[in-house]
Design a protein around this ligand. Structure first.
Ligand code: COA
Length: 383
C-alpha cells in the first residue's frame, strides 16, 4: 500500500443557507478544496450524501457534482452510510490512492436539509423502519433511550450531558463556519425545551445545510502541493445492528469500538497518543458513549470525565474543537469530511482561536444512525 496524505480542504459555512442550492454547496466546497490543494486536475471523486432523494429530490449525485465541478468525465461515486456517508467516502478515496489506482482523489460530502423536506421522516429512514420507526420512535427518542440506560447503569447525570453542549458551544463560538456561534450555560441547556426525555433542545445537533471536501494524494508527492500535508495513518470501518433492541448493551457503541481498534492497529498508536479528536456528537450522550468506545476513558466513565474537563479545549484530549455536530451543525452527509477538515487544520496549526497546542496526531470518528455504522480515521502532521 502507498502512504497517503491530505493536501487541501474546502468547507462551506454550516447553517440555514436559503440562498444556496444542494449543488451550489458541494461545488463551493469542492472548488475551495481543489484551489487549496493547488492541483490542476482530479483523477476521481467520491461524494457522501445521506438522502439527496428525500431532502431535495435529487439522486445520481456523483455525476451531477462532477459535472458542476467541471470534472467530467472522471469517475464520480456517491457514497451512502447515513450520517457516516462522507467519512466512508473519505475511506474509499484513501483506498483508491493507497492502492495505486489513482493519484489525485477528492472526497467530500453535502446535505441540504432546510429545503422543505420532512426532515424528521427523512432522517428516520436511517433507523430500522419496521422495528423502530413504525413504532413511532425517531432519532432523538433512540438517543434518549441510550442516555437513560447510561444514567441507569453508570450514574451519569443530566448536568454531565449539559456540560458536553456547553463545551461544544464554547468551541463553536470560535469557529467562523459554525451554525451556532454562541456560548450556552448549563442552566440554559437544562431549561431548553424538552425534545425526548431526558434530551432537550440544547442536547441535539440541529438541522443544517452545508458541504465539505478534501483532496488526497500519495505522500511522496504531497510536498509538491503544500508545505503542510497531513498523513492518513489509520482507517477503520465497522457495522452493528441498525436497531437498538438487537444490541447486548444500549450504552456500548460496538461499531465505534471495532472501527477504532482497526484504525489504532494500522496507525500503531494507542488512544492515549491522540492529541485532538472530532467525535460524532449528534446528541450530547453520543459524545460520552464515543469517548468510551474509542478507549479514551473506561466504559461508564464518560460522564465523570466530562465533569473533570477531559474533553475541553485545554483538557487531556480536546474533543470537538470545531464545535462538534452540536454547535457547528450537522448537514448529515457533509459531517464526516468536515470532521476530517477540523483535524487537518489542527495538525497544520491553522485552527485559530481553537488551536490545540502541539497537536501532532488527531482522530475523526463518524457514525451512521444510532451507531449502525462507524468509520474512524487517524492522521499525523508531517514535519
Ligand atoms: N441547538 C440549538 N438551537 C436550536 C437547535 C439545536 N439543535 N435546533 C433549533 N434551534 C433553535 C433555532 O435556531 C430556533 O431559534 P430562534 O427561535 O432563535 O430562531 C429555535 O431553536 C427553534 O427552531 P426550530 O427549527 O423550530 O426547532 P425544531 O423544534 O423544529 O427542531 C430539533 C429542533 C431538536 C427537533 C431538531 O433540530 C432536530 O431534529 N435535531 C436532531 C437532528 C437529527 O436527528 N440528526 C441526526 C442525528 S442521528
Amino acid at each position: 500500500m502507498r502512504e497517503v496524505a491530505i493536501i487541501g480542504a474546502g468547507l462551506t459555512k454550516f447553517g440555514e443557507l436559503w440562498d444556496k442550492s444542494f449543488r451550489d454547496l458541494f461545488v463551493e466546497a469542492g472548488l475551495k478544496a481543489i484551489e487549496n490543494a493547488g492541483v490542476d486536475h482530479l483523477d476521481s471523486m467520491y461524494v457522501g450524501t445521506m438522502s439527496g432523494g428525500l431532502f431535495v429530490g435529487q439522486e445520481h449525485i456523483g455525476s451531477l457534482m462532477a459535472d458542476y465541478l467541471g470534472q467530467t468525465p472522471i469517475p464520480a461515486t456517491r457514497v451512502e452510510s447515513a450520517c457516516a456517508s462522507s467519512g466512508v467516502a473519505f475511506r474509499m478515496a484513501f483506498i483508491e490512492v493507497a492502492s495505486g489506482l489513482n493519484d489525485i482523489v477528492l472526497a467530500g460530502g453535502v446535505e441540504k436539509m432546510n429545503d422543505g423536506a420532512d426532515v424528521t421522516y427523512a432522517l428516520s429512514t436511517a433507523a430500522d423502519q419496521e422495528y423502530e420507526v413504525y413504532q413511532g420512535v425517531t432519532f432523538p427518542g433512540l438517543y434518549a433511550m441510550i442516555a437513560r440506560a447510561h444514567m441507569h447503569h453508570y450514574g451519569t447525570t443530566r448536568e454531565q450531558l449539559a456540560k458536553v453542549a456547553v463545551k461544544n458551544h464554547y468551541n463553536g463560538k470560535r469557529n467562523p463556519n459554525a451554525q451556532f456561534q454562541m456560548e450556552v450555560t448549563v442552566d440554559q441547556v437544562l431549561n431548553s425545551s424538552m425534545v425526548a426525555d431526558p434530551l432537550r433542545l440544547l442536547d441535539c445537533s440541529p438541522v443544517s445545510d452545508g458541504a465539505s471536501a478534501v483532496v488526497l494524494c500519495p505522500l511522496d508527492v504531497a510536498k509538491k502541493f503544500t508545505d503542510t500535508p497531513v498523513k492518513v495513518i489509520g482507517t477503520g470501518q465497522a457495522s452493528d445492528s441498525v436497531a437498538l433492541h438487537s444490541r447486548d448493551d444500549l450504552t456500548y457503541l460496538a461499531a465505534v469500538a471495532r472501527s477504532a481498534e482497526q484504525a489504532y492497529k494500522m496507525a500503531g498508536v494507542k488512544p492515549g497518543d491522540i492529541n485532538v479528536a472530532e467525535v460524532h456528537d449528534c446528541f450530547t450522550i453520543a459524545e460520552i458513549c464515543a469517548m468510551e468506545a474509542l478507549g479514551f476513558v473506561e466504559r461508564g466513565q464518560g460522564g465523570k470525565a466530562v465533569d473533570e474537563g477531559f474533553n475541553a479545549l485545554d483538557g487531556k484530549i480536546p474533543i470537538n474543537t470545531s464545535g462538534g455536530l452540536k454547535s457547528k451543525g450537522h448537514p448529515v452527509g457533509a459531517t464526516g469530511t468536515a470532521q476530517i477538515i477540523e483535524i487537518f487544520e489542527q495538525l497544520c496549526g491553522t485552527a485559530g482561536e481553537r488551536q490545540v497546542k502541539n497537536a501532532r496526531i488527531g482522530l475523526a470518528q463518524n457514525m451512521g444512525g444510532s451507531g449502525g455504522s462507524s468509520v474512524v480515521h487517524i492522521m499525523e502532521a508531517v514535519q
